[in-house]
Ligand binder design. Structure first.
Ligand SMILES: NC(=O)c1ccc[n+]([C@@H]2O[C@H](COP(=O)([O-])OP(=O)(O)OC[C@H]3O[C@@H](n4cnc5c(N)ncnc54)[C@H](O)[C@@H]3O)[C@@H](O)[C@H]2O)c1
Length: 300
């Protein structure tokens, strides 16, 4: 898709971080923007920010894990703008990173409700009209955590692996019937957003008593001050900004690319995992998701 003017984008998780950057970027392209998010106040502020760029915006308070709320998002979109052309299924959360035995059922359920069911509902609600008009793009925000299995992130990894598989499956199904609808699987590394404070939107009934006490833990192996200060320095230098990711997404849509990668720091880890699978070897000693940031910089 090359011509965005006057078309409509629906973006979940767009009150903050990457979703907000997608809304700004697509708004600048002349698209109508449907902004869906669970955080009502932040959504209001974000919608005003995108409107100030000259875009027509429809904010819809939505819990992506709620089937009826996602049905409503589809109806509100059609009523305001007709069929949309770009769907960004982007809302996501991450529970505190802890060893697996410390996870609660609520940790798993919350992460699956948002990261997996949000994508499933989004596809169910919007795919039929994209297919019927035979034009459009579905952007699924996965993660490098969907391409390998970092320790201490089990629910997050599991949901991101699941959405990578859903994106691949849908891509193949559409290609098999000659559909012109494109699927894009966005696999960011670290991006400077508010995901570290994802618990701000955690439903009361799925709260984890220990969550406030659970500190962000960069790595099971990263104990020394040297590692941590190196991490802070590297993070500041190389973690992507949301608007950089938004430009990559826009380019991915124009170029009809399935994979959208934000940096190459995780390629070795991903390739090592895939080679082990190919030769049926045990998983290699996996580093943490923070590993590329703990060492002197290389890569791109
Ligand atoms: N930041 C990173 O380093 C990084 C890396 C890889 C992938 N991701 C993925 O990027 C996506 C966007 O996250 P971000 O980093 O911009 O974080 P963010 O916290 O800044 O934005 C996420 C948005 O999702 C919203 N949200 C949370 N629960 C929701 C729900 N139930 N229904 C609707 N909206 C909900 C939040 O209110 C927030 O506005 C997520 O899927 C995340 O997993 C982030």
């Amino acid at each position: 898709m090359r011509d965005f003017e006057g078309k409509t984008a629906v973006i979940t998780g767009s009150a903050s971080g990457m979703g907000l950057a997608f809304a700004e970027c697509m708004g600048r392209e002349g698209m109508n923007i449907v902004m869906a998010d669970i955080e009502e106040k932040a959504l209001k502020v974000a919608a005003a920010q995108v409107e100030a760029l000259g875009a027509t915006v429809l904010p819809v308070v939505t819990d992506v894990g709620d089937e009826a709320a996602m049905d409503h998002l589809g109806e509100a979109t059609r009523a305001a703008f007709g069929s949309p052309h770009v769907i960004c299924l982007n809302a996501g959360v991450a529970p505190a990173s802890v060893p697996m035995e410390e996870l609660t059922t609520a940790d798993w359920k919350w992460t699956f409700d948002v990261n997996l069911w949000g994508v499933v509902h989004g596809i169910r609600v919007f795919l039929p009209e994209l297919k019927a008009q035979n034009e459009g793009s579905l952007v699924i925000t996965a993660s490098v955590a969907g391409l390998t299995s970092f320790p201490w992130l089990a629910p997050y990894n599991a949901t991101k692996h699941a959405v990578v598989s859903i994106a691949e499956t849908l891509h193949t199904e559409l290609a098999n019937v000659g559909s012109a609808v494109n699927v894009h699987c966005l696999c960011p590394g670290m991006v400077m957003t508010n995901i570290g404070d994802a618990a701000r939107n955690r439903p009361k009934e799925l709260r984890n008593e220990d969550e406030e006490a659970a500190e962000f833990a960069p790595s099971p192996s990263a104990g020394s001050d040297t590692d941590l200060s190196q991490f802070a320095e590297n993070f500041e230098k190389i973690a992507k900004k949301p608007d950089e990711v938004a430009e990559l997404v826009l380019a991915g849509i124009v170029e009809e690319r399935f994979w959208i990668e934000t940096d190459t720091y995780y390629r070795d880890t991903i390739q090592t995992r895939h080679r082990a699978i190919e030769s049926f070897e045990s998983p290699p000693a996996a580093q943490s998701v923070m590993d590329p940031y703990l060492h002197k910089l290389g890569g791109a």
